[in-house]
Design a protein. Structure first.
Length: 145
């Protein structure tokens, strides 16, 4: 049953998310970017802390339409055993915020956290990502296929 109360999604910087993932046993990271982004841009690497990212597209490439199966995919991932804390990441923190709000509205009374700055971070003055902030800029582990 959906949560009818106030939906609250907290925020964490990439470094705070890394520490939370490392220190909170029942925590996961859902990467809501597209398959193209995971393949060509890279993804957080949680192997050093014994975890893996959970890739679930919020929108689909190339049309960038919202993934109508997002909620079902989340439910299939966890069933009735939702982790205590779910971190959400995207390129810059916008899509992940929307995804975190949707999962928070599912009423599982779990902590949903948006990773502000995202994986690539904000645009710099020349409209390029990856130099201002974000997971990669913080020097956190990541891989590229």
């Amino acid at each position: 049953m959906p949560n009818t109360g106030t939906i609250s999604v907290s925020e964490a910087t990439p470094s705070e998310a890394w520490e939370g993932l490392k220190n909170e046993t029942s925590s996961v990271l859902i990467d809501v970017r597209t398959k193209a982004e995971w393949s060509f841009v890279g993804a957080p690497d949680l192997n050093d802390i014994g975890k893996k990212i959970l890739p679930v597209e919020w929108v689909t490439f190339p049309d960038m339409a919202q993934n109508s199966g997002f909620s079902d995919q989340i439910l299939n991932l966890f069933g009735e055993n939702f982790p205590d804390t779910i971190y959400f990441i995207c390129r810059s923190g916008v899509r992940s915020h929307a995804a975190a709000n949707m999962v928070a509205s599912m009423g599982r009374n779990k902590r949903c956290v948006n990773v502000v700055e995202g994986f690539e971070g904000d645009l710099n003055t020349t409209k390029h990502r990856g130099s201002v902030n974000g997971w990669k800029t913080h020097g956190l582990p990541w891989v590229q296929s």
